[in-house]
Design a protein around this ligand. Structure first.
Ligand code: 9YT
Length: 131
């Protein structure tokens, strides 16, 4: 069985930072569950263009609020604590936190570890594997 504590991972390679967010990756491909599980902090007022071409993602909002706009139809979805959104169609979107947000994020297939968005909002399928 795997048991981890969020605070123990903060100063390890599983804590990944980017200009608009930081994410602690509790479970990764190397853990062998077939999905990855992250606690992500999103910074207020920072818009991120996201398009997970190689992954599906489910996001559950624990704290804070913001909007997700799907680019295919321009629909704006208000995200508040208790809201789940799932990118079941690799939906290209803009994520706009109105306040700092904390979200639980699940990726399938599992992230390998060091993924950050490229210029198209994509996570590479072949990122470096971390333990
Ligand atoms: C909601 C979202 O996808 N934010 C970007 C970071 C991502 N959750 C991650 O890599 O943990």
């Amino acid at each position: 069985m795997i048991v981890k504590k969020l605070h123990e991972l903060r100063h390890t390679p599983r804590h990944v930072t980017a200009p608009n967010w930081e994410s602690t990756r509790l479970l990764l491909e190397a853990d062998g569950l077939g999905f990855s599980l992250h606690v992500t902090h999103l910074y207020a007022g920072r818009e991120t263009h996201i398009w997970y071409r190689h992954h599906l993602e489910a996001v559950y909002c624990i704290e804070g609020e913001g909007d997700v706009t799907t680019l295919s139809d321009g629909a704006v979805h208000r995200i508040t604590p208790g809201t789940l959104y799932a990118l079941d169609r690799h939906d290209e979107h803009l994520l706009r936190p109105r306040t700092d947000m904390v979200c639980l994020c699940v990726f399938n297939p599992a992230l390998k570890g060091r993924e950050v968005h490229d210029e198209n909002g994509v996570y590479a399928a072949d990122a470096a594997l971390i333990e």
